[in-house]
Design a protein around this ligand. Structure first.
Ligand code: GRF
Length: 202
């Protein structure tokens, strides 16, 4: 099987990006991060990309008249680098059809809760405040509605009595790194089949 070309979109510290880079380098994934695009000049993800010799682009949202124009620039970067699968890794903007139609069923996201519980921001805090015994993380295909696309994999993380948002988030993060790699591997092996809301693993 050939090497899958990934494009990663990030906004911040980039630990999921790092997990993907490491998995590509160790051979765990038959994939390569072809390009990293960030929407924040200060995103630590840029440094992680540079250290791995991966081209990285800061695309300044405020420099474009509309979100569609901004995303057209992103699409042109992804195309230029021959990206086949787009991985959102802490990318803090909602995608429009400009990216989603170009890469239909080829955009994945990682979210730090068991969707459909606790979509949106601060999912770990939401879970803690709600008092759930179990939360976790979800890798899903991205659709126009936020955190609502077909679910690929989930991992369950128990909430411990003395958890803070930080301790809970750290344990969830370990699982994020694991299942994101696993989901990309299944995609690379062409083992994911979407049928309506359900993703079958072949
Ligand atoms: C992760 O918790 C991810 O689930 C969420 O944003 C965070 C990104 O962390 N979408 P990192 O930038 O990958 O370290």
């Amino acid at each position: 099987m050939r090497t899958l070309r990934l494009g990663v979109l990030a906004s911040g510290r980039g630990t999921n990006l790092q997990a993907i880079i490491d998995a590509c380098q160790s051979g765990l994934l038959r994939a390569e991060v072809a390009v990293v695009v960030v929407d924040k000049a200060t995103a630590q993800a840029r440094e992680r990309a540079r250290r791995a010799g991966i081209p990285e682009y800061f695309v300044d949202f405020s420099a474009y008249p509309t979100k569609e124009d901004y995303e057209r620039r992103i699409v042109s970067i992804l195309e230029e680098h021959g990206v086949e699968l787009v991985c959102l890794a802490g990318y803090m903007r909602i995608l429009t059809p400009v990216v989603l139609e170009r890469y239909r069923n080829r955009v994945m996201n990682i979210h730090p809760s068991l969707l459909p519980a606790f979509p949106g921001l601060a999912a770990q805090r939401q879970a803690l405040e709600h008092g759930v015994r179990y939360t976790g993380c979800t890798v899903h295909f991205v659709v126009e509605e936020v955190d609502a696309g077909p679910i690929i994999l989930q991992a369950v993380v128990p909430v411990l009595p003395d958890d803070t948002v930080d301790t809970l988030a750290a344990r969830i993060l370990e699982q994020e790194h694991r299942i994101y790699i696993e989901a990309i591997r299944l995609y690379q092996e062409e083992r994911l089949k979407i049928e309506g809301r359900r993703v079958h693993i072949l």
